[in-house]
Design a protein. Structure first.
Length: 342
């Protein structure tokens, strides 16, 4: 259930409603908007309905949330978008962000060169995996702790916040030392214990859509993080498996407006993993920006031909500045601006 307070409701009235909700064993999540406060009551609907909150002081109306997801639901924040702030960079709302960097951290030189080049090109955040989910156990699995150290050095040199993947809760502490945004990879989207850990970690989380996950399943994954009290969740469409074999995955552009209708969370797009080919990345990025994406997560490498993984899909770092300008133009037409440091 969703309890919409009157614009004139006082803090005491909001607190009293929260206490009533909690008195029947349900959980209350207050979301304070500019105009009104909305309180989500998560628990047994019958119990909450029996509280008769409609008649409570300061309450405008009580509306059932019909979707299985509650805290991520757009209904909870009518007319409002979640804006995640990462070290002064804003993601969501009117802001458009480019998160760029190599697939994986390979060496000091490769990482620092990539970071410097994407920073010079105008990226908002730097991405790079220290722990890599690979289809084959014989492929390079990432530099692990050493990779995290190199990411920290890249941040120290460029000032760009770091986005990196966590695959195993046992690495959470060391990832937290470096990551400004923790990426949950497509293959772990339904790892519910990891999602719960991320909910408790208190660091912004970027959830990538699973290879065969529906939109509802993606949103339910975000619900696991939000439920633990972490409000900074971003969703990322990265291509799904379809019958088409001409390219690696099918980028589901329709997911962008649909996710934005269903939820208040920022929606990003990863054109690199969808395409698996560099030549498709610019047009997919323009299309994503036109469809209203809040940002793009793109792979960029100083020397993709020598990349240890995902070489064919990584943009040449020297082309990144021009690529960003093109995407920025379309994002502006879609009503956004590239997020700049505050
Ligand atoms: C990545 O972004 O490096 C990655 C492995 O992506 P995904 O989880 O979407 O395959
Ligand atoms: Mn990759």
């Amino acid at each position: 259930m969703m309890i919409v307070m009157k614009p004139t409701a006082t803090d005491d009235q909001v607190r009293a409603v929260i206490e009533r909700i909690e008195s029947c064993g349900a959980r209350a999540h207050a979301s304070r908007g500019e105009e009104v406060t909305v309180i989500g009551a998560i628990g047994d609907r019958e119990h909450v309905a029996r509280l008769g909150l409609e008649g409570h002081e300061g309450v405008e109306q009580v509306v059932p949330i019909l979707k299985p997801f509650k805290l991520s639901s757009a209904q909870l924040k009518p007319g409002e978008r979640t804006v995640v702030e990462v070290d002064g960079r804003r993601i969501g709302g009117e802001h458009f962000s480019l998160i760029a960097g190599p697939c994986t951290v390979e060496s000091r030189d490769q990482t620092l060169t990539a970071a410097r080049m994407v920073a010079a090109g105008g990226a908002s955040l730097f991405r790079g995996g220290a722990y890599k989910p690979r289809s084959s156990p014989y492929s390079f699995q990432g530099l692990g702790q050493e990779g995290l150290r190199l990411l920290a050095e890249a941040k120290a040199q460029t000032g760009l916040p770091i986005v990196t993947e966590l695959m195993d809760a046992r690495d959470l502490e060391s990832v937290l030392e470096v990551a400004d945004v923790i990426q949950l990879g497509a293959r772990n989207m339904q790892n519910y214990t990891l999602l719960t850990e991320l909910g408790r970690a208190g660091r912004p989380v970027l959830i990538k859509r699973g290879l065969s996950a529906t939109i509802d399943e993606l949103v339910m994954a975000s619900e696991y993080v939000l439920k633990e009290g972490n409000p900074d969740v971003m969703l990322c469409e990265r291509g799904i498996r379809t019958f088409e074999t001409a390219y690696r995955f099918t980028l589901d552009l329709m997911a962008i407006p649909v996710l934005k209708q269903l939820t208040h969370l920022p929606v990003l797009v990863d054109p690199s993993h969808a395409a698996g080919r560099r030549d498709l990345v610019p047009s997919l990025s323009l299309a994503a920006a036109a469809a209203g994406a809040d940002g793009i997560l793109v792979e960029v490498h100083p020397d993709p031909d020598r990349a240890i993984c995902d070489g064919p899909q990584q943009l040449h770092a020297e082309d990144f500045g021009e690529y960003l300008r093109q995407v920025e133009r379309v994002a502006e037409i879609a009503g956004k601006r590239i997020a700049a440091a505050v």
